[in-house]
Design a protein around this ligand. Structure first.
Ligand SMILES: Nc1nc2c(ncn2[C@@H]2O[C@H](COP(=O)(O)OP(=O)(O)OP(=O)(O)O)[C@@H](O)[C@H]2O)c(=O)[nH]1
Ligand SMILES: [Mg+2]
Length: 451
């Protein structure tokens, strides 16, 4: 923890400016050794200092150096950041000089890890920081910022506070049963408190899917028989000629992917090979892949041809994955209608074509409705954001439900206290009030270098 670390915090490439960051007890004097300008060991904290980085007198670059003394820094240690000219050679040279003067190259996420271990941020906030860096849509950015600002942490803390209050009140009763001033904890008081937590945790779990949609987007598999216009629909939605379109059935052999955003949410569009019985080995592999995509998607767009009767294959595709949202897009509506829509009863249907944009806006609107994108976007963004958090909330909920069952069965309150304490510590793991080194290694290994 007390080591002096350094890393290039901007992405390494050609750019106007790079930032090399250092953190640790001696970084001010280390940087001072390679800096020509004011004596950095004597400047005020949180100042920007103009000067030069040199290597035994040879000028390496003209720089601005930010000196930030502990504790009001990101890591709560002394932090010095060097703003140098961008480009690979200069930035690497400065990093090299820092290492030869006593810094160690930081591991992935090590600055954030220090910030967490020094108590400046909790684990949810740390994860939020990385998600913010990786966010590629506006919704994702808002979602990550909300966690960086501690909103989800507060929700978890609120529940922990109820639990700790409950524990304290129970303990007074166990320790001083004769104390007449102490509130007599009845089963009904305990159950009321537990119900509040149960409700809050259930809400967190049920809204986690919205968090996943914001973070990962919606995987949309466009499936159907050959030649119905799947690739044309993909191209239309992407507004680019990404997939090859011909009138030869079986044109698309492999999956073709692209993404668009609707209301700030990413749709990962997957165009697939037309599904049919075939002896062609390559096409068969493509067809198998199509079926696999249909099984893994969040939404299937089944494309049918308005100009053809519904075939047995179409009906089979209609039931390919009953667990997933589905929209039937009847394409080629510019041609004569031969399709018998009565066979599609009970399905969400959108009609359109890919000659003009007729139907595509409606398709997007249906997706918005189906996944409640308006609500997700106007929500509080306090969603659980990864499998770790979800698993822990599930465990905590299990302990709460065990406690509730025990209360209902009039089990002595002393025995219920253990479940309450388990729920409390499990919720603590989410924010990282307790942790294991392996967890931190795994979590921070996904971070960018220099963060
Ligand atoms: N009239 C009409 N033709 C269309 C429409 N959409 C696509 N087509 C034509 O239908 C043919 C097949 O289109 P594709 O987009 O390649 O169809 P696909 O479903 O991807 O076909 P495979 O890749 O073979 O499975 C092409 O000749 C397109 O120009 C439409 O809305 N109206
Ligand atoms: Mg195609």
């Amino acid at each position: 923890m007390n080591e002096n670390i350094c890393a290039i915090s901007t992405s390494l490439g050609v750019g106007a400016i790079s930032i090399v960051r250092t953190s640790g007890p001696d970084v001010v004097s280390i940087v001072n050794k390679i800096f020509k300008g004011n004596d950095l060991t004597r400047v005020n904290t949180h100042t920007v200092n103009y000067g030069f980085i040199h290597d035994n007198g040879e000028i390496i670059d003209e720089v601005l150096v930010m000196v930030m003394r502990a504790p009001k820094t990101f890591t709560m240690e002394d932090v010095v950041e060097i703003n140098c000219h961008g480009g690979i050679a200069t930035t690497n040279k400065i990093l090299e000089l820092l290492i030869s003067n006593g810094c160690r190259l930081a591991e992935r996420g090590e600055f954030t890890r220090k910030a967490y271990l020094n108590g400046r941020i909790d684990l949810i906030e740390a994860e939020g920081i990385n998600d913010l860096i990786l966010s590629d849509t506006d919704a994702n950015r808002k979602f990550a910022v909300s966690r960086v600002m501690g909103n989800l942490s507060k929700k978890i803390e609120d529940n922990r506070n109820i639990l700790v209050g409950l524990q304290a009140r129970l303990e007074v009763n166990f320790d001083y049963p004769e104390e007449t001033d102490a509130e007599d904890m009845t089963h009904s008081i305990v159950i009321e408190e537990l119900k509040k937590i149960e409700k809050s945790l259930k809400e967190l779990l049920s809204s986690a899917k919205d968090g996943k949609i914001i973070k990962d987007g919606i995987n949309v598999a466009i499936i159907g028989r050959p030649n119905v216009g799947k690739s044309s629909i993909l191209n239309h939605l992407l507004d680019e000629k990404k997939a090859i379109v011909t009138d030869i059935a079986g044109t698309t052999r492999d999956i073709v992917e692209g993404s668009i955003t609707i209301d700030g949410i990413k749709l990962n569009l997957i165009d697939t090979a037309g599904i049919r019985e075939t002896d062609d080995i390559v096409e068969k592999i493509g067809v198998d892949k199509s079926k696999e995509e249909a099984l893994n998607a969040d939404l299937i767009i089944l494309v049918l041809n308005n100009n053809e009767e519904i075939s047995q294959e179409d009906l089979e595709l209609l039931n390919i994955n009953s667990n997933v949202n589905k929209i039937v897009f009847i394409n080629k509506c510019d041609l004569d209608k031969k399709i018998d829509e009565s066979k599609l009863e009970g399905n969400i249907i959108v009609r359109g074509n890919t000659i003009d944009t007729y139907g595509l806006d409606e398709l997007k609107n249906k997706i918005k409705e189906m996944f409640n994108l308006n609500k997700i976007n106007t929500g509080d963004y306090n969603y659980l954001s990864n499998a770790r958090q979800i698993a822990l909330v599930k465990n905590a909920l299990e302990s709460i439900e065990n406690a509730m069952t025990s209360v209902e069965n009039e089990v002595p309150l002393e025995m219920i206290a253990q479940d309450i304490s388990d729920a409390y510590s499990t919720l603590g793991e989410i924010i990282g009030s307790t942790y294991k080194d392996e967890l931190l290694d795994e979590l921070f290994s996904k971070f960018c270098l220099g963060k």
